[in-house]
Design a protein around this ligand. Structure first.
Ligand SMILES: Cc1cc2nc3c(=O)[nH]c(=O)nc-3n(C[C@H](O)[C@H](O)[C@H](O)COP(=O)(O)OP(=O)(O)OC[C@H]3O[C@@H](n4cnc5c(N)ncnc54)[C@H](O)[C@@H]3O)c2cc1C
Length: 732
């Protein structure tokens, strides 16, 4: 008995697509609806060497018309340039959401095998974006300094197709699967090639189970179910692909309705319980890049399919965050609350490793990546649902980005104040505060929170609101990262029509004078206007939002700011809030920057604060000095009502530099003129920063709750509340 433990799946090989592409695509759509899991388009080359309709285009069109089926293009590696094959397969994989497959074969007797093997190397090299350039010199395929890409979340499964024993041997050495036409080799030929393939795999240091086996079957009116079961149980076949054309619709239905269930039942009866598993089995070279201390084989079944390891194609896309470079050992990507609970359970078993919790990956205080540890990335929990339109109650998944939230709320004439950058994630910001462009009019993001669903350290999913787990509800609004993984939030959002949005640039040769003047203007500005200031050497930039669509109101509110110093540039528009949140496109998260960040709150801009700030700016120790205005509605909430307690602050300062020692030398005097800090902009892990972030009574209450809900300090990637005991001073 030879079985490799893969669940059996059924597919279609669509012939005739080259001449009647529309018919082939419709057949593929029907096949998926009926329950077929694979659709293959074989390349057909006429005797006159003329390629008719293109299989990649057929595959791409089919991918767009289907949702679940895997789409394979079968191409001749000695006819098409391998680099073009790699780009086409990668693009199909991207556009289909990871449903692409590539089958390589060759009809050429002369050098066909070499062409296939070289094409495999080219495709794998071009899909590995961990390098910047690829050169390969083959007999058939050459690359000279080619740039890898596209970056893929999941590698394209690479199968070989062919009847020759050499193809089976090569599949054992290098491929993810081997496909053969059963009529061409017969059962004995299949068994012989399988044995050859197994030996080649083992000789190459692989596990023979890494290579899936697929047979193509001609349609028949009388399939022998026992023979098909034997293919699976005795010969390790896990895919049966029917060759069909446009006239075969009836038999296609009969097979999937009658034969396929009988085959599945027969297989189940014949194999020991638990013999089949849909867990992905990684190639030996991928497993070789695993990190110590992680029980990769114990990743819960519900997370195994989407988990990303260092050797996976998608690793470069998840290893780092927006600002922080990382190299975690495993990234778990749950898509439901139950899966988050599974991930937390797994993290608990790996308490000895660092754990990052990630939503949008824009953490500054929380790094949400690490070296050799685990990351729970809830980015797939990104649903945005209006629960009660009359009450403007909206449920938002922790993995959503603020730009998507703004876009989803815009059609209702609503907005939820968030921050100044649409790429930031909901989970990180809504567990810390949320100082945004509507703060003075509408308060912090957390002030709109009515309930949160969170998975705690013991794996339980709880709901916290004013009436359910009120202590946790209080803590989540300012220090949520310490208590669990937020899955979703319920917010009451605001009616916000179009807003006035201004970008003003000034000459500011005297930063202290500019700052003091800015402070005076803000003090006299109504709360419907929230300006943020970026101050540099000789220049100042004010970005301000006025919560009004009336140009006269907007101009009246902005005029005093325009008069602070000579204006060098100005732009004022009336635009939806969503347009401001969508100003900047998403960029890949490659951790460039690694800034050292410092934060402080001040009630008002005093001469001492302005002078210390000016010294800091002139020193060059900081490349980013930004003041967000708060006060207004933020101050309407009592300091003890939420864990975010600095309600009396008028301004929140964020300063970034590249050298901690140098920055601290100049930031120290600024801190002397400030009170407290906003955790989200602080990267100094010294325990004193916790006492800056939380007043004594708040910190005491938080620590008591932490001891109760997370006694093992599982959630510690973002200013652990127990860190006073650890004395874990970081260099940044
Ligand atoms: C370019 C930029 C602009 C910013 N602008 C603003 C702004 O205007 N106003 C403002 O208030 N902040 C702002 N921030 C700070 C930002 O709000 C925080 O860094 C926030 O933590 C980022 O959230 P995230 O989900 O994107 O980050 P992530 O890196 O995914 O998470 C950061 C930390 O938050 C915690 N966390 C993440 N998800 C969850 C979850 N589901 N449950 C529990 N804890 C979780 C973890 O401890 C994690 O380490 C900005 C940051 C950047 C980089």
């Amino acid at each position: 008995m030879t079985n490799y433990g893969h669940p059996v799946e059924f597919g279609l090989e669509l012939v005739g697509g080259a001449d009647a592409p529309g018919v082939a695509v419709e057949l593929a759509v029907l096949g998926e609806r009926l329950g077929y899991g694979i659709v293959t388009f074989p390349e057909r080359i006429r005797e006159d060497d003329e390629v008719r309709a293109d299989e990649w285009t057929l595959a791409a069109w089919t991918a767009a018309r289907t949702n679940t089926a895997r789409i394979a293009a079968r191409v001749d590696a000695s006819v098409r340039p391998a680099s073009v094959i790699a780009r086409s397969a990668g693009t199909l994989q991207l556009l289909s959401g990871g449903r692409g497959m590539l089958m390589l074969g060759s009809a050429s007797a002369q050098g066909g095998l070499d062409a296939i093997e070289e094409a495999v190397a080219v495709v794998r090299a071009l899909h590995d974006t961990s390098t910047s350039s690829v050169s390969l010199a083959g007999t058939h395929h050459h690359l000279a300094g080619a740039e890898p890409g596209p970056g893929l979340e999941r590698a394209v499964p690479l199968w070989l197709h062919g009847t020759g024993t050499a193809v089976a041997d090569m599949a054992g050495r290098v491929a993810d699967g081997w496909a053969v036409d059963l009529a061409d080799v017969g059962i004995d030929g299949l068994a012989a090639r399988n044995a050859l393939l197994d030996r080649a795999a083992v000789d190459a240091g692989r596990d023979a189970r890494e290579v899936r086996r697929s047979v193509t079957l001609a349609l028949s009116d009388a399939f022998d179910v026992d023979a098909l079961v034997a293919l699976v149980v005795e010969h390790g076949v896990s895919s049966m692909v029917l060759r069909v054309g446009s006239g075969d619709q009836l038999q296609l239905r009969t097979f999937i309705d009658e034969v396929a269930p009988a085959v599945r039942a027969g297989v189940e009866r014949s194999l020991p319980p638990g013999a089949l598993s849909s867990r992905p089995l990684r190639r030996a070279d991928v497993r070789a890049r695993r990190r110590p201390g992680i029980d990769y084989d114990d990743v819960p079944e519900d997370l195994a399919e989407t988990a990303v390891e260092p050797g996976d194609a998608g690793f470069s896309g998840v290893r780092s965050t927006y600002l922080r470079g990382g190299n975690p050992g495993l990234v778990l990507r749950p898509s439901t609350a139950d899966e988050v609970a599974s991930a937390v359970g797994f993290a608990h078993k790996h308490r000895h490793l660092p754990l990052g919790v990630r939503s949008g990956g824009h953490g500054i205080s929380g790094r949400s990546t690490n070296d050799g540890g685990l990351v729970i990335d809830v980015g797939r929990l990104d649903d945005i649902t209006v629960m009660d339109e009359a009450a403007r109650l909206v449920r938002i998944g922790a993995g959503a980005r603020w730009r998507d939230v703004a876009r989803a709320l815009q059609p209702y004439g609503w907005a939820l104040t968030s921050g100044d950058y649409g790429g930031v994630g909901v989970g990180g910001l809504a567990t810390a505060g949320g100082i945004g462009f509507l703060a003075r009019k509408h308060g912090l993001t957390i002030d709109h929170l009515r309930a949160v669903e969170m998975v705690l350290a013991d794996g339980t999913l709880v709901r916290a609101s004013a009436t359910e787990n009120p202590g946790l509800f209080w803590a989540v609004r300012g220090a949520g990262a310490n208590f669990g993984v937020a899955v979703a939030f319920e917010f009451v959002v605001d009616e916000v029509d179009e807003v006035g949005w201004a970008q003003l640039a000034f000459q500011a040769p005297d930063p202290a004078a500019y700052l003091e003047a800015f402070g005076r203007v803000v003090a006299d500005t109504p709360r419907d206007t929230t300006p943020f200031l970026v101050l540099g050497q000789g220049v100042a930039q004010v970005m301000a939002m006025v919560d009004s669509a009336d140009p006269d109101v907007i101009v009246a509110q902005l005029q005093p700011f325009a008069e602070i110093a000579p204006l060098v540039q100005q732009q004022v528009v009336v635009a939806p809030y969503a347009a401001v949140m969508n100003m900047f496109p998403e960029t890949p998260h490659d951790g460039r920057g690694e800034p050292v960040s410092r934060s402080a709150f001040v009630r008002e801009i005093t001469p001492g604060f302005a002078s210390a700030s000016a010294d800091l700016i002139r020193s060059g120790a900081s490349h980013w000095y930004q003041i967000r205005t708060v006060g207004g509605a933020v101050a309407d909430v009592a300091p003890e009502a939420t864990a975010y307690a600095h309600r009396d602050a008028g301004f929140a300062l964020a300063v970034m530099g590249s050298n901690a020692q140098r920055l601290d030398r100049w930031f120290g005097p600024v801190r002397d003129h400030s009170e407290g800090l906003y955790l989200s902009f602080e990267s100094d892990r010294h325990p004193d920063r916790l006492t800056d972030a939380f007043p004594p009574a708040t910190l005491d209450r938080l620590r008591r709750l932490k001891a109760q809900l997370d006694p093992d300090n599982l959630f510690r990637d973002n200013f652990s509340l127990t860190s006073a005991l650890d004395d874990s001073r970081s260099a940044s």
